[in-house]
Unconditional design. Structure first.
Length: 437
């Protein structure tokens, strides 16, 4: 499925009219949900969740969007009580339905979502329990971020876009390629900076826009990239920024963490995209090899790749792109930061190689982004910290490398896009891979 843009990245004819019609339909759906919630707070929300996701799926045609929306709706039902259970539905349906280029439509969508949420909270008062408060706070934060995006004013089409991408297995790089293709269709120049050997990473971000791409590790970016974003990312000066990430499951609030960092650094987060990609963690890859060979080919769906290309084209045109910053009611990324960082990973993760399998080729040594592996007596040894990318396990051609107590009982992930995997470090510290440099 190709992106519906021409060679100049123009929007399809009639898109504005269709957007307004879809938005009006979204208002009707949200009003119906609000009426049901007020009339019967104990009503079964399952069919409402399914109906809302199906309706929004007509616009986004994206598995990631459907998964995230349904999960947030389900968490609202699980944690909230009474009518509060319906709060994510009442807010997200008009907001997502009206997430389109016309500023008037986005303003009306935010106003409708805020009005519906206020009416529902008034009907549910008093709010009782930490779960209900968490759902209410997450909904309020979602609307606040959308309002900040709107009040920042219109933006022009970027002429040059810097893309900083962290990808060990090639999955996130594949996602990034779809976005880059979309941006380039508008005539913008794109410079890709591969964040791999993090100690040597240097990037001159001279473009007038930025995109940051990463895989989800513990509901957040990998800790080396998180450290670079906090300490190495230059000030944005109000330039627009976009967030891209890949995950095998739910990304939770990783985008909220990126939003906070980018805003504090002077960037202007304007949208996000994410993709469901094959599970690349051997710890959880149980079962026959044929089963995983089949599962690895299922995602990403062709429609998901096309959606990200369309998001890139919209970003290149200076329009609202991707999905709103929908906030989950559980800040699990805080736990991810506490259990996955430089200090915890150093003693916890230990590499070793099976002597009968290892041939001393050194592929894992050349790949390691932490540069912790070295050859001794023809076998790889480890020292220092680990980034938990598991690349040394996945790129080993003889399945010789293991992470003690974490990978022995699972199957490695053979990269689906091997040309997108980093092979070695250049003398100047840049990452070199078959698909670029």
């Amino acid at each position: 499925m190709e992106v519906n843009v021409d060679v100049n990245g123009a929007r399809p004819a009639g898109a504005a009219l269709l957007s307004w019609l879809y938005f009006l339909a979204g208002l009707l759906v949200a009003a119906a949900i609000l009426r049901i919630a007020a009339w019967d707070p104990a009503a079964d929300a399952l069919w409402l969740r399914v109906a809302a996701v199906a309706f929004l799926g007509l616009k986004y045609r994206s598995l990631p969007a459907a998964l995230e929306l349904y999960t947030v709706f389900w968490l609202g039902d699980l944690l909230g009580g009474g009518a509060v259970r319906f709060l994510p539905l009442v807010a997200a349906v008009p907001l997502y339905a009206g997430w389109a280029p016309p500023r008037l439509m986005r303003a009306a969508a935010i106003a409708a979502a805020a009005a519906g949420s206020t009416l529902l909270i008034a009907a549910a008062a008093p709010i009782a329990g930490w779960g209900a408060w968490a759902v209410t706070a997450a909904t309020a934060l979602t609307l606040a971020l959308a309002a900040l995006n709107l009040t920042a004013g219109p933006r022009t089409s970027p002429r040059a876009v810097d893309v900083v991408v962290n990808s060990a297995s090639g999955n996130t790089m594949h996602l990034t390629q779809q976005f880059v293709d979309g941006v380039q269709s508008t005539g913008a120049r794109v410079t890709v900076h591969r964040f791999h050997y993090y100690r040597d990473f240097r990037a001159e971000l001279t473009g007038d826009a930025l995109a940051v791409a990463f895989p989800i590790y513990g509901f957040k970016p990998p800790w080396p990239m998180l450290a670079w974003l906090l300490r190495g990312l230059p000030r944005g000066g109000g330039r627009p920024a976009y967030v891209l990430y890949s995950a095998a499951g739910g990304p939770e609030n990783a985008h909220l963490l990126l939003w906070l960092i980018l805003r504090c650094k002077g960037w202007r987060p304007v949208g996000r995209s994410w993709g469901v990609y094959p599970l690349n963690v051997a710890t959880f890859r149980w079962g026959p090899r044929a089963l995983w060979r089949f599962l690895d080919r299922l995602v990403p769906l062709p429609t998901d790749a096309a959606a990200v290309r369309a998001h890139g084209a919209a970003f290149g045109r200076g329009e609202p792109a991707g999905y709103p910053f929908l906030i989950w009611p559980l800040p699990l990324f805080i736990g991810g930061i506490l259990i996955d960082n430089k200090w915890v990973d150093t003693p916890l993760y230990r590499n070793y190689a099976w002597r009968r399998r290892c041939n001393g080729c050194g592929i894992c040594v050349a790949f390691c982004p932490a540069q912790r592996l070295y050859l001794k007596d023809g076998r790889p040894r480890a020292r220092g910290t680990c980034t938990l990318c598991l690349g040394c396990i996945n790129v080993c051609p003889r399945r010789a490398m293991e992470l003690r107590f974490w990978s022995e009982y699972g199957r490695p992930y053979p990269p689906r896009w091997p040309k997108l995997v980093v092979r070695r470090r250049a003398p100047d510290g840049r990452a070199v891979w078959p698909g670029g440099s």
